[in-house]
Design a protein around this ligand. Structure first.
Ligand SMILES: Cc1cc2nc3c(=O)[nH]c(=O)nc-3n(C[C@H](O)[C@H](O)[C@H](O)COP(=O)(O)OP(=O)(O)OC[C@H]3O[C@@H](n4cnc5c(N)ncnc54)[C@H](O)[C@@H]3O)c2cc1C
Length: 432
């Protein structure tokens, strides 16, 4: 019997985390990534403590993460008048055993690629190879159809196939041909980074404004020791009537700052000048806030979806990348239990599909930013004393419920056994 091999469609954060995990437990992998060259694309993302724990267990240290980001210390919501609505410590400061990191998505992606090729060899990552579909074979193996660099479709045979090919997944489209189109709820985000001084704790995630008109601001680098300036990630967001339809061209279109800064003129406080922050960026990108309706299963025989292909979600909970990393680790754990078999994929699907689909819907309902909706409903967004609008207990209960649903409830995480025990190897004989 040939040694099992897992094919992975997509070399983003999810696909590379899966490849690193499977390599760690002794399973051969091959990743097909459609872009011809990896570049450090994107701006800020958050890695929640549950994902940092998995990265540490994968041998990616906090010193590695400090090269691409900065530990987050606080999460805060501030009303348009500049008054605090809610704030809580994050990561180690909150009592987690692992920090939360705010990182540059592209630099973090390159770090994962570097670790994978160092450990498993360059040949594991096939750039310029786009997976167009799959076939489950009668002997239980899978075949992936792959368009190579010359545009030829070649058949690649594997024991299992993971669809980690993002929100526009070809694997998902074949698995669920009747799935509805991408969902857009009316919010448009402009994203960018500016060199500026960090505010509040020095590493605070700040949501500022109202539920339909807001800024999200957080640093994604340590400050330069000489200038005190850090790379500040910002998202400027406005919600309009989705019935007008999305007229833009989709994900990450480059736009001029002057095209949208007028929405935020006058947002100046003694601790923050939003228009100056926006104008300080070299480039900005426009994205519609989009997700996909949950599907009843992420598995078809020897094929499973993971990451955004399984559960593309609004970024309101800052947990899309974290969940992709956790998916990879749960897949590894199930292969330790069941071998490199469809049964492992079934166990993964049984554990994650339903609860993570719930998080997708929760994030659509604003995720932790739902507090802003409550402020809006109760006082139209205008308040002097937040306790008179939403008492402190109610704010804390709301946040705890979100954290439990998203898998980063502190006590449960701190006390959980490692997802993939150190040194564990898959029983390859049981997989044949
Ligand atoms: C270029 C880019 C920039 C991003 N920037 C941000 C950001 O700034 N902030 C943020 O919150 N989120 C961003 N995201 C999304 C974020 O990375 C994901 O939500 C999250 O990390 C989950 O990762 P994923 O691996 O499931 O999906 P993705 O990160 O989308 O990765 C999917 C990968 O699959 C590849 N691919 C797609 N189709 C195929 C195919 N048919 N065959 C082979 N390969 C395929 C893609 O090129 C990509 O590398 C970005 C995604 C991309 C691709």
């Amino acid at each position: 019997m040939p040694e099992p091999i897992v094919l992975i469609a997509g070399g983003g954060i999810g696909g590379l985390s899966a490849a690193l995990t499977l390599h760690q437990i002794g399973v051969r992998v091959r990743v097909f990534e459609s872009v011809r060259e990896l570049r450090p694309l994107g701006v800020g993302i958050n890695l929640q403590p549950n994902a940092v724990r998995e990265l540490n267990d994968l041998g990616i240290s906090n010193a590695d993460l400090d090269r691409v980001g900065v530990p987050a210390r606080e999460w805060a919501l501030v009303g348009l008048n500049g008054n605090d609505i809610y704030s809580e410590p994050r990561g180690l400061e909150a009592g987690y055993h692992w920090p939360q990191y705010a990182v540059h998505r592209g630099q973090f992606h390159m770090l994962l690629a570097e670790k994978l090729t160092e450990r498993a060899g360059k040949d594991v990552l096939r750039l310029g190879h786009r997976v167009t579909g799959y076939r489950n074979n009668s002997d239980g193996s899978v075949t992936a159809y792959v368009e190579d660099r010359e545009g030829r479709i070649v058949e690649e045979h594997g024991t299992l196939l993971l669809g980690a090919d993002g929100i526009h997944s070809a694997i998902r489209a074949q698995m669920h041909p009747g799935q509805p189109p991408i969902n857009w709820g009316g919010a448009i985000m402009w994203r960018g980074t500016t060199q500026a001084r960090p505010i509040r704790t020095g590493s605070s995630f700040v949501g500022l404004g109202t539920h339909k008109h807001r800024m999200v601001i957080y640093p994604i680098s340590h400050p330069d020791p000489e200038t005190g300036l850090a790379t500040i990630n910002w998202i400027a967001e406005v919600t309009m009537d989705p019935a007008e339809g999305w007229q833009g061209t989709g994900w990450f279109r480059e736009v001029a700052i002057e095209d949208f800064v007028h929405h935020f003129e006058g947002w100046t406080y003694d601790w923050l000048d939003v228009p100056a922050l926006l104008r300080g960026a070299e480039v900005a990108y426009e994205n519609p806030m989009i997700d996909r309706d949950p599907i009843p299963t992420w598995r078809d025989g020897g094929v499973a979806l993971m990451g955004d292909a399984a559960h593309a979600m609004y970024p309101t909970g800052s947990n899309g990348a974290s969940q992709a990393i956790v998916d990879a680790r749960v897949l590894g754990a199930k292969m330790l239990d069941h071998g490199v078999t469809p049964a492992a994929l079934a166990a993964y699907d049984d554990e994650l599909c339903a609860p993570v689909s719930e998080v997708v819907l929760r994030n659509r309902g604003a995720g932790p930013f739902g507090l802003l909706n409550m402020v809006d409903e109760r006082c139209g967004g205008e308040f002097d004393d937040i306790d008179a609008v939403i008492p402190a207990d109610e704010r804390a209960t709301f946040m705890r419920r979100y954290q439990a649903a998203a898998g980063f409830a502190m006590e449960r995480l701190n006390n959980a056994a490692p997802t993939v025990p150190q040194g564990a190897r898959v029983n390859l004989a049981a997989s044949a």
